[in-house]
Design a protein around this ligand. Structure first.
Ligand SMILES: [Zn+2]
Ligand SMILES: [Zn+2]
Length: 255
């Protein structure tokens, strides 16, 4: 049951923190500064409430959305890749098989030990949402981090003091995911590619992440082609089935 995901101590801690920051910003800082009933006070309270509740909404979408399950019928489509060598084909199949689930894994799919299953385009398992961040909820996760960062910075400016260092932590996380999104990379792929980048540098060659299609296409592959829907966490109509991804300098899709 999806709603059972809320029965976790980290999620309870997130609710407590959100409630605390909201209370301090509105009923202590804004009240002391200009008064909540003044026009300035009402304006700042409205802006901060919007940011806070949008963060909360994105948080619910992250928790309740299944990050991506491998279809039971999935089999790697090695024939379409024009692989002539039978041995190599067998290796590809072997490497893409999850030993624990005993099923084939599409590209970018990984097994999560916490969720005890394979997750499509897995980024990482996040204990704060008690869920994996994967193909279907990565957009919501990015929007959550974005709005939570803006809200904490707004609170910091209004209060005149840093809110528990929260804006710095969230700001760093946002910068990290902007970098990953701009490069069409997951957290797992970044750390998995460290050795490949080092080897390429050592041999005097450049390394390019295979799914990096250029910043604009990378960003729209996550947020969608319609800019009006970029900040709608549940607007994921542009996503396909999460089992195939376009690779750079190639019109083929690998599965
Ligand atoms: Zn698995
Ligand atoms: Zn997980």
């Amino acid at each position: 049951m999806k709603w059972q995901r809320f029965l976790s101590i980290p999620i309870f801690a997130v609710f407590l923190l959100m409630g605390f920051v909201y209370y301090v910003t509105l009923f202590v800082s804004i009240e002391d500064w200009v008064g909540l009933r003044s026009s300035d006070g009402s304006f700042h309270a409205s802006v901060f409430s919007f940011l806070a509740f949008y963060s909360l909404f994105s948080f619910f979408v992250c928790v309740l959305t299944d990050p991506g399950r491998v279809p039971s019928s999935y089999v790697p489509d090695v024939e379409d890749r024009e692989l002539s060598d039978q041995e190599f084909r067998r290796n590809v199949k072997h490497q893409r098989k999850c030993e624990i689930c005993s099923t084939y894994k599409p590209q970018r799919c990984h097994h999560c030990r916490t969720c005890r299953r394979c997750v499509l385009r897995m980024d990482h398992h996040c204990q704060w949402i008690n869920n994996c961040v994967g193909y279907w909820n990565y957009k919501a996760f990015f929007i959550l981090v974005f709005f939570a960062t803006v809200a904490s910075i707004y609170s910091m400016v209004v209060c005149g003091t840093p809110v528990l260092g929260l804006s710095m932590i969230l700001g760093s996380l946002l910068c990290w995911h902007i970098y990953l999104m701009a490069n069409n990379m997951t957290t797992i792929e970044y750390y998995g590619g460290v050795r490949a980048r080092w080897l390429a540098r050592k041999s005097g060659q450049g390394y390019r992440h295979p799914f990096n299609l250029g910043v604009y296409r990378n960003v729209t592959s996550v947020l969608g082609p319609n800019m009006l829907k970029w900040f709608l966490p549940a607007a994921v109509g542009h996503l396909k089935d999460g089992s195939s991804f376009r690779i750079a300098h190639d019109t083929r899709q690998i599965t």
